[in-house]
Design a protein. Sequence first.
Lengths: 280, 317
Amino acid sequence: MSLSLDIARVIANARLTDEQKARIQALHYRDAGHGYDAFGMHPDVVALGEAILGPLYDGYFRVVSKGHENIPGDGPAIIAGNHSGALPADAAMTWLDVLRHSQPPRVARAVADHFVPMLPLLGTLFARGGMVGGSRGNARTLLEAGDLLLIFPEGVPGIAKHFRDRYRLQDWRVGHVELAIRHSAPVVPLGIVGPEEQMPQVGRIPVALMGAPFIPITLTPLPLPVRYHMRYGAPIRTDLDYRPEHADDPGAVREAAARVKAAVQGLLEEGLREREGIFA
Amino acid sequence: MSGVLVTGADAPIGERLVRTLLDDKRVSHVLAVGARPLEQALPFTNDRRLTYLSVDLRRERRVREMLFGPARDLGVRTVLHTAMGRGAGEEGKGVHLWNVEATRDLLALCERHPTVKTFVLRSYAEVYQVQADLPVLIGEDHPLNLSPNAPQYVRDRVEADLHACVRMGLSPLRIVVLRCAEVLAPGTGSQLFDYLESPICFRPMGYDPMLNLMSVNDLVEALGLAAHAGEQGVFNVPGADTLPLSLCIQKWGRPAIPVPGAWMTPLYRWRRQLRGHDFSYGMNRRRFHYSGVLDGRRARDVLGYVPSHPIDWPVSG
């Protein structure tokens, strides 16, 4: 086995509890023959991801999450949430939250923008943790195989939103519901309160760097230790409310996307009402 | 299946294919066609069900004489076309004649042949485009590499493949195109095999894409199944080994040295010029960055092909 996986295993062994290790062991994934799935995910790197992100989840962002019972235990499903924060810490924390709290344990296959697989080191590391590039074909294959996808319909404009636009959902793309309808997959809305204030963004330099479309100008060089409040809402049953052929009906797709957007907005408003402060 | 004609029979894959067909009692006769003379071609010629002919496939008249002479007399019903230039460095009109025009002529002649009913083309995974914004799992409808800047090695394969595809439905033949994963074996034209022959392997720093590789045995099995099956169409034929590039290098017993991507082209150009190797980094640059794995579900469902012969890696574990 490779040196990097040996290192991953040593770190994970040292950092994870027995219960966490058992959950990693119980993960269902499709080994393509050498311990990796066809997309490059490897359970040892998933364990490493938990070991590295755990302190950020528990100690830095102090994540509080609710509604895990809404994450389906099996079968195809899509988690759709708001995206923000200049750096994709919200995606990382959601990935870990799903890993820790889904029953049975599942890896949320984050669907990233096309430039992410082009990033050296990070593209490979994220793929080992289950991320896939944002092509329709990748999402289709995973849903057909019964996987759980994590999609941020706001995309890069969401993570790049100006501080004054915090908690206002940006242009809400419809691809996630199109996929959900076509593959009879429920959509679990997710509202994440916290990351929209972690790195107040006041501008951007429109220079593409290593595939990323711009360089953000933020008030802080690193994310602030805001507290994350995550809420998973009741699944929107696109599998019951629509037939697969509705995926080709722009009206039905727009309507379903609007339902998901309204659900996420509702979860955000609930979370904002209930929290006692940005850091509390 | 009665008589079978195999082109490229003097190459390692063709040779193994001929052996396998001779073991198949459903095959009445194997007409093996290669470029080399008999004494330099197949090491086994004493089987009465085997006929070897040295034919230059670039010469249409020679091909016609072979098809409408011995092939007709032997009742050849299936043509397994595996002959194609193997070197990435081979370029020019003569290579194009061999790779594309020979396929075109052979197919056209088979269409008006009295006994041939099935034409199987061994195509290549290299016909597909691999890039960051395309799916990792490559289905038969995945975009092809139609770039005019692609090397002739790729352009010829795409052209031959597309020509066979275009004739499906128009031709009286049952045409099967097998887009096969790279065979990691000597003498097969494998770019990766040549790459792994170095005592050390450089790879682009920060990237470790997933590859799919196959053994000669799996390829031969897929060709045999395509010859027997009643369906026509395009099929991806993956191998049993899906693994990252770094693990591939490690299992070959080579140290991998990550270097900045910009160094790769000059390093491997020098290697090519100084040591006469065939590996071209330019041709493999994208798949050394981004994953591309053949999706073999259609071949499994229609042909019954399931890769079952992993590569015999020099380093186990």
